[in-house]
Design a protein around this ligand. Structure first.
Ligand SMILES: Cc1cc2nc3c(=O)[nH]c(=O)nc-3n(C[C@H](O)[C@H](O)[C@H](O)COP(=O)(O)OP(=O)(O)OC[C@H]3O[C@@H](n4cnc5c(N)ncnc54)[C@H](O)[C@@H]3O)c2cc1C
Length: 291
């Protein structure tokens, strides 16, 4: 991506030690929902721990010897770096091995990698965060950061959906987020006994949003490709432009530094040009099945 790229504001920094895996020890394990767990990790090298910084939207590569490496987003507070927070869904080799680990076990960690959400560009604006399922963890650092500087932003809204009420992440934080000035709206694809909230897909939450100033809003979306496309389409229909919409994309990733080509999407490498893209730059490729 060129220096003059319109998304340079959230560029990925070159990694001087991109191949060096640090040792991280698991300090805390918190089961979230079925198959999804949040880990607090601490780098064992004090110098590495001291210098580690990340921006909302970036990810680490977590390494388990004998299993491999996986890209996992930061899901914790970027302003509080005592531990690094990762929320992980069991998917395959690496994440299943991590799921078997206990407090005190160690794994390898490279990072941070990738571009970040355009938080700086949101000052004075309304912000709509849209998350589907495991798409909420990469947006949670934005929530923490914006709520710590709440006065800088206009209306901040979270539209969040999961398949069922049992699959909703971080529900115990919703009340605190609301008290701090986040408008949290939730929906589920399928209801369950006791559920009194919305039923339907996430883009419908956007349709129902009444207080909405398209000219002064920045939208950040993370979730399945189809959900991101329909949400962006809804936002465009309501008067937003593609330059105001940002998405975080996911593809199978290996090297994380733009060499192996596994995560290529059209001309872009998700690992170094993404995962966060401005919508006009990535939308042509999101539409192509299997790309
Ligand atoms: C930038 C980025 C950030 C991510 N952040 C998180 C996160 O915060 N939490 C989390 O739980 N997961 C996250 N993921 C997804 C995670 O990297 C994959 O689930 C990972 O492959 C799991 O590794 P594994 O060895 O356990 O599974 P694998 O054995 O690699 O994969 C299991 C199955 O999932 C498929 N698969 C692998 N990667 C992907 C992918 N990216 N998209 C769709 N299908 C895939 C494989 O083809 C296979 O069928 C992220 C991915 C990217 C690219």
């Amino acid at each position: 991506m060129s220096e003059n790229s319109p998304v340079a504001a959230c560029h990925s920094d070159p990694q001087p030690n991109a191949w060096v895996s640090q040792t991280a020890v698991i300090r805390e394990i918190r089961p979230e929902v079925s198959g999804v767990t949040t880990y607090q990790l601490a780098l064992t090298d004090p110098t590495a721990a001291e210098s580690y910084r990340f921006r909302p939207g970036q990810f680490n590569m977590l390494y388990v010897p004998g299993a491999g490496e996986s890209a996992i987003s930061m899901s914790g507070d970027p302003d509080s770096l005592e531990t690094l927070t990762h929320t992980i869904r069991e998917a395959g080799n690496v994440t299943r091995r991590i799921a078997d680990m206990r407090v005190g076990d160690t794994l390898g960690l490279r990072g941070p990698f990738g571009t970040s959400w355009p938080v700086e560009q949101c000052a004075g604006k309304d912000v709509i965060l849209v998350a589907g399922g495991i798409g909420l963890p990469p947006l949670r650092p934005v929530i923490y950061h914006m709520l710590s500087e709440r006065e800088k932003y206009g209306q901040i809204t979270l539209l969040y959906g999961a398949r069922t009420p049992e699959m909703l992440l971080y529900t115990d934080e919703f009340q605190r987020w609301r008290e701090q000035g986040l408008d949290v709206r939730v929906t589920v694809d399928r209801s369950a006994p006791g559920w009194q909230g919305n039923v339907g897909v996430v883009p419908q939450l956007l349709e129902r949003l009444q207080k909405f100033d398209p000219a002064n809003t920045v939208m950040m979306i993370c979730g399945p490709d189809i959900m991101m496309r329909f949400t962006a389409r809804g936002a465009l229909q309501r008067g937003m432009t593609t330059e105001q919409i940002w998405v975080s994309t996911e593809r199978n990733m290996q090297c994380a530094v733009g060499l192996c080509g596994h995560c290529q999407l059209g001309p872009e490498f998700i690992c170094k040009d993404g995962p966060v893209f401005r919508y006009d730059l990535i939308s042509p490729y999101l539409k192509v099945e299997g790309l």
